[in-house]
Design a protein around this ligand. Structure first.
Ligand code: HEC
Ligand code: HEC
Length: 270
C-alpha cells in the first residue's frame, strides 16, 4: 500500500464509517406501487415476508420465537426502530464488534446467529437474496455512502445514577408484563403460537446480540415501548428496565469472546 493510501485508510478508520461522514438524509419509505414487477418484485415480496415471519419461513435457521420485525419495526421502516431504509448504499462498513469491514450480508447473517439465536443463512441462498432485494428496494433514492435520519436506535444520554434493576422490575410488571409475560417469555396461544415476543429466557435473543446490551435496550425501550406508547417512559425508567432485561437469563452466544478484539466495546452504563 502506498504511504498516502495508508494514511487515508488510517484516517477513515479513525473518522468512522464512510456513511457516518455524510449528513443524514430524510427517511422516506417507498410507496408500495414502486415495488418492481416480475422475478425481482417476487424476491422483494419474499424478503418482506421473511422479515415479518422469520421463524415460520426459516425454522431451521431461527432458534427462538422472534422475527426480524420484532426489533426492526414494521418491516424495517421505522425511524429509531433500526430501519432497513438506506442500508443498501451504507455498506460495506467497518464494524467495531467484529473488527472488520462488513457487507450487508454479514450483518444479516450476524442477526441470524445472535438476535435470532440461530444459524446464518448462506450468502448465496435464496432467502439471503430475497432479504437483500427487499433492503435494496427500501433504499432506492438514498445516495451511496449516506445514512438515513433515524438509522439504528436513538442513543440515550448516560444515566444520571446507577440503573436500578429492582425499580425496573416494578415498572416491567406495570408497563410490559401484559404483553411480554411476567416471566419475560412472551405470550402464546393455547396451541403454542407466539402472539407476543419474549424479552428474556430460552426463546429470546442470545447474550451476543446487540439488543442484549443495556444501552441498546434502553434506547429501544425509551423510544418504542410500550408498543404504541413509545416516549411515555423517562430516561431513568428505560435504563432501569434495561438493567432488569440485560441481567435476565438468556441463551449464551459461543462466539462473543472474540467481539471488539480491536477495541470500541460500548461502555457499560455506570
Ligand atoms: C432482538 C432484536 C433483533 C432482531 C430480532 C433482529 N435484529 Fe437486526 N439488529 C438488531 C440490533 C440491536 C442491531 C444493531 C446492532 C449494533 O449495531 O450493535 C441490528 C442490526 C441489523 C442490521 C444492520 C443495521 C444498520 O443500521 O446498519 C441489519 C441489516 C439487520 N440487523 C438485519 C436483521 C435481520 C435480517 C433480522 C432477521 C433475520 C434481524 N436483523 C433480526 C436487533 C435485532
Ligand atoms: C401492547 C403490547 C406490548 C407492551 C405493553 C410492550 N411491548 Fe415490547 N413489544 C411488543 C411487540 C408486539 C413487539 C414486537 C414488535 C412488533 O411486532 O411490532 C415488542 C418488542 C419488544 C422488544 C424487542 C423484541 C423482543 O421481544 O426482544 C423489547 C426488548 C421490548 N418489546 C420491550 C418492552 C418493554 C421493556 C416494555 C415495557 C416498558 C414493553 N416492551 C411493552 C408489544 C408490547
Amino acid at each position: 500500500m502506498s504511504k498516502r493510501l495508508a494514511l487515508l485508510v488510517a484516517a477513515a478508520l479513525v473518522a468512522g464509517p464512510l456513511a457516518a461522514q455524510q449528513k443524514p438524509v430524510p427517511l422516506v419509505v417507498p410507496a408500495p406501487q414502486t415495488m418492481p414487477s416480475g422475478p425481482l418484485g417476487e424476491a422483494v415480496q419474499q424478503g418482506l415476508s421473511i422479515i415479518n415471519a422469520t421463524r415460520a419461513a426459516l425454522p431451521d435457521y431461527v432458534g427462538n420465537a422472534l422475527n426480524c420485525s420484532s426489533c426492526h419495526l414494521n418491516g424495517g421502516t421505522v425511524a429509531n426502530g433500526a430501519p432497513f431504509v438506506g442500508l443498501a448504499g451504507a455498506y460495506p462498513e467497518y464494524f467495531a464488534r467484529s473488527g472488520a469491514v462488513e457487507t450487508i450480508e454479514d450483518r444479516i447473517a450476524d442477526c441470524f446467529r445472535r438476535s435470532m439465536n440461530g444459524k446464518a443463512i448462506a450468502v448465496d441462498s435464496m432467502p439471503m437474496r430475497a432479504i437483500v432485494a427487499y433492503i435494496a428496494w427500501l433504499s432506492a433514492g438514498v445516495p451511496v455512502g449516506a445514512s438515513v435520519d433515524g438509522r439504528g436506535f436513538r442513543a440515550l444520554p448516560a444515566p444520571g445514577r446507577a440503573p436500578d434493576a429492582g425499580r425496573g422490575a416494578t415498572l416491567y410488571a406495570q408497563r410490559c408484563a401484559a404483553c411480554h409475560g411476567r416471566d419475560g417469555g412472551g405470550l402464546r396461544t393455547p396451541e403454542g403460537t407466539f402472539v407476543m415476543p419474549p424479552v428474556w429466557g430460552p426463546q429470546s435473543f442470545n447474550d451476543g446480540a446487540g439488543m442484549a446490551q443495556a444501552a441498546t435496550l434502553a434506547a429501544f425501550i425509551r423510544a418504542k415501548m410500550p408498543l404504541g406508547r413509545g416516549g411515555t417512559l423517562t430516561d431513568d425508567d428505560a435504563w432501569d428496565i434495561a438493567a432488569l432485561i440485560a441481567g435476565a437469563p438468556r441463551p449464551a452466544y459461543a462466539g462473543k469472546s472474540a467481539d471488539w478484539s480491536r477495541g470500541g466495546r460500548p461502555a457499560s452504563p455506570r
